[in-house]
Design a protein around this ligand. Structure first.
Ligand SMILES: Cc1cc2nc3c(=O)[nH]c(=O)nc-3n(C[C@H](O)[C@H](O)[C@H](O)COP(=O)(O)OP(=O)(O)OC[C@H]3O[C@@H](n4cnc5c(N)ncnc54)[C@H](O)[C@@H]3O)c2cc1C
Length: 342
């Protein structure tokens, strides 16, 4: 895994609880990335290392800086640290860009539809700019849900894009808690729902590609409705920011003592019920490599040497993993004699 140190050129306040960090590209070897990918930031806060992925809100062919946009999560360590303390000229260690939430330009699409809620706009914004700038034959639609009008991230930039690409770019807003706004065809009260999706899809030019980014209920609503309407699963991509654990998956998972081999050391680790092996290791300051923490990347991939483990909450099916390969961010020991090596 390649690491870089980047300097903050600008800190932009987007909303009351969201900032964009604009990083200077390294002088010699520019960091290459694709619209929709994410950058993993590393911090040391009160002596402990924290690693968090943030989708690019910048677009390689449009923006000269590398931008990530971070919304505060209530009680969250890194998102609040970034919003409260990061200033211009700070330097931050990052990992090489990763992620497959990207537009494949070899697929011939007539329209691309973006479905987002809250901070889920970040990768969508990156891909939208890419398509509007470089794919003049594709129509671009954004359906964006927020609690309030004041929580809309990139509001003025989206307005500008609507003006510049008025024929090809259309936006629909949903407000779940806003009281005062004019309800009309493009501004709706409540959450993005299946009736709206069905209606909108009657006018969308096909073939179409769909990008969903937001909480699990958004993904479920949009994906289920699209599949019911006959859209192909391969044309529906989604990105989640948070691992959602279903309590039923934890039946049979108990606190276990396991053996972890890392950097030639053998460590006895107590994995409390409900904690992943990665979380248990980080809790005792064993600095394992990791990045996305939702089973998307391979950074925390380990080999199970003995015993049984179970992966829970994987964001997507991972056919690329061998039988004894596990992603520790999503791994929970099932038996006493678990031994893993990373
Ligand atoms: C691929 C990927 C891309 C991401 N891109 C962005 C981005 O562009 N902008 C952005 O703001 N965030 C993004 N995130 C989320 C980000 O990585 C962090 O998870 C988030 O900032 C919370 O970190 P924290 O340290 O503040 O919270 P933590 O201290 O890790 O968690 C505190 C509590 O908040 C809950 N929590 C964690 N993450 C979220 C969340 N996203 N929403 C609600 N509750 C949460 C946890 O379950 C926990 O209870 C992305 C995540 C992934 C996996």
């Amino acid at each position: 895994m390649k690491n870089y140190t980047l300097k903050v050129l600008e800190v932009r306040k987007e909303t009351i609880d969201t900032v964009t960090l604009c990083f200077k590209q390294p002088g010699l070897k520019k960091i290459k990335y694709l619209a929709g990918q994410y950058l993993t930031l590393q911090f040391r806060i009160n002596g402990r290392r924290y690693i968090r992925p943030y989708s690019f809100s910048s677009t390689p062919s449009v923006d000269s800086t590398l931008n990530v946009t971070v919304k505060r999560v209530s009680g969250g360590i890194v998102s609040n640290y970034i919003n409260d303390t990061i200033r211009v000229d700070d330097v931050i260690e990052v990992q090489q860009p990763l992620g497959d939430f990207i537009f494949d330009e070899n697929q011939l699409m007539k329209s691309v539809v973006f479905w987002g809620v809250g901070s889920g706009i970040t990768p969508l914004f990156s891909i939208i700019k890419e398509l509007l700038t470089n794919q003049s034959l594709i129509n671009v639609y954004l359906i964006y849900g927020n609690k309030l009008n004041s929580s809309v991230i990139f509001k003025s930039q989206l307005e500008e894009l609507k003006k510049t690409y008025s024929k090809r770019f259309k936006v629909w807003n949903f407000y779940s808690r806003e009281e005062f706004f004019e309800e009309n065809t493009h501004n709706h009260r409540g959450r993005i729902h299946s009736d709206f999706i069905e209606k909108l899809m009657r006018d969308v030019e096909n073939p179409s590609k769909h990008f969903i980014c937001g909480p699990k209920d958004l993904k479920n609503t949009v994906k289920e409705t699209l599949l019911n309407l006959g859209f192909l699963e391969d044309n529906i991509l989604s990105e989640e920011f948070e691992l959602v654990k279903n309590p039923e998956d934890f039946i049979g998972v108990e606190t276990q003592k396991i053996t972890l081999k890392f950097e030639s050391k053998v460590i006895d680790l107590d994995v409390l019920k409900g904690k992943s092996v990665l979380e248990a290791a980080l809790d005792v300051d064993v600095e394992l490599p990791y990045s996305c923490q939702i089973g998307n990347c391979n950074t925390c991939k380990a080999v199970l040497k003995s015993g049984e483990m179970k992966m829970i909450g994987l964001n997507k099916l991972r056919k690329d993993l061998n039988e004894n390969e596990y992603l520790l961010c999503c791994s929970y020991p099932l038996t006493k004699n678990v031994s893993v090596e990373i």
